[in-house]
Design a protein around this ligand. Structure first.
Ligand SMILES: Nc1nc2c(ncn2[C@@H]2O[C@H](COP(=O)(O)OP(=O)(O)OP(=O)(O)O)[C@@H](O)[C@H]2O)c(=O)[nH]1
Ligand SMILES: [Mg+2]
Ligand SMILES: [Zn+2]
Length: 355
């Protein structure tokens, strides 16, 4: 964010945050929005401009989900600049951290719209798009599918039709991310105070879109490989940018994979049609495999439902449940370990102090 100062509404402040402050806090603290999170410091912006702050040591003892991420609101002490507390979030986009670790990674907070970005080339993949869309719906954020590189594709409408077919209620926009008149259609979601996060694979044009929407080059962009259209992971951290239109955009590094956890309602609402059909299956516990009277299989036989969609629905449901269980188990183990450490410490103090 290069400009020096903003009004609170320009930073996305709203009644939802205002009502969380006591009168005393309103008078004695300064709300600030998190622009970027570094290893040992955080960039924030307030009515008084942008600054870098460090978190008080005891904050690092918190559950990682209670630590500030890009888009969060903090109340700062105006004289020391130290954060006093973090405000409750309107929305939170989180995923299972990459790799085998049972950890959650926060992607962005207080987001209104998620641009799920893919290109009209080999990157386009319906099942991967469904992952992102389920994540948005779970996070209470409105998703928009943004198809980039329309200028390079022979048959743009084939990609559009596939994207629209994922869920008729979700908006699909097709753009040349390098052309400002082409991306103007996206400004609908970028009005003053609105926060939009961009997600998608590396090389699909997330940073290019931000630069074109901002009208200046804010983010570095990188070329993609010719053979498989994969990007080079040019963006490596999350950052929040302000647009001339007043909207706020959060750039994200391209993800190699998106694993869902705690995403049951998101998957359910994206695949509402399948869940509705399942109500008509003869057996309540129908697995939609080879059971008699299966309405889901019947819809596939009629050509009303693609077998791919059913397979992905079942896969995502199972994956989010498995990941939620391993993360919950890890938390439980950590809590038990914490209790054990505390009881050992208490026993030592008792022994030492003889009480
Ligand atoms: N012709 C054309 N090129 C595009 C379009 N969008 C992006 N590009 C190009 O695609 C390449 C990758 O764009 P980036 O904006 O760096 O992609 P990214 O999604 O930010 O990638 P990561 O930061 O690696 O996650 C760059 O060379 C862009 O110029 C588009 O709509 N049309
Ligand atoms: Mg980028
Ligand atoms: Zn069935």
């Amino acid at each position: 964010m290069s400009e020096l100062s903003f009004s609170l509404p320009e930073l996305g402040w709203s009644h939802f945050f205002q009502q969380q402050l006591s009168l005393e806090e309103w008078e004695s603290t300064k709300p600030a929005r998190v622009l970027a999170v570094h290893r040992n410091a955080i960039d924030v912006a307030s009515e008084h401009g942008a600054q870098m702050i460090t978190l008080p040591g005891q904050w690092h003892l918190r559950d990682p989900e209670e630590l500030p991420t890009v888009g969060d609101w903090l109340l700062l002490d105006p004289s020391s600049g130290q954060p006093q507390r973090m405000l409750e979030r309107k929305s939170l986009i989180r995923r299972k951290a990459a790799g085998i670790e049972s950890k959650v990674q926060l992607m962005a907070a207080n987001v209104d719209t998620l641009f799920v970005v893919t290109s009209c080339n080999q990157d386009f993949n319906s099942s991967r798009l469904e992952r992102y869309l389920a994540l948005a719906l779970e996070s209470k954020v409105d998703p928009v599918v943004v198809l980039t590189k329309a200028d390079l594709a022979d048959d743009v409408s084939a990609y559009q039709q596939q994207a629209i077919g994922l869920n008729p209620d979700i908006a699909v926009e097709t753009v040349n991310a390098l052309d400002s008149s082409s991306v103007a259609s996206l400004l609908t979601w970028c009005a003053c105070g609105q926060t939009v996060a961009l997600v998608g694979s590396s090389g699909v044009g997330k940073s290019t879109l931000i630069n074109t929407l901002c009208g200046v080059s804010r983010q570095e962009t990188g070329t993609i490989r010719d053979d498989d259209a994969k990007g080079r992971h040019t963006t490596t951290s999350r950052t929040l940018h302000s647009l001339p239109s007043g909207g706020l955009l959060i750039d994200n590094p391209g993800l190699r994979e998106l694993q869902l956890s705690d995403c049951q309602s998101g998957v359910s609402s994206l695949f509402e049609d399948i869940e509705e059909l399942a109500q008509s299956c003869r057996f309540n516990d129908c697995l939609h495999q080879s059971e008699e009277g299966c309405a889901v299989k019947a819809a596939i036989a009629w050509g009303d439902l693609s077998p791919r969609r059913l397979t992905n629905y079942q896969k995502l449901m199972a994956e989010q449940q498995r990941n939620s269980e391993t993360i919950a188990e890890k938390r439980r183990r950590e809590r038990n370990f914490g209790k054990h450490v505390r009881s050992v410490m208490v026993a030592r103090y008792k022994e030492r102090d003889g009480y």
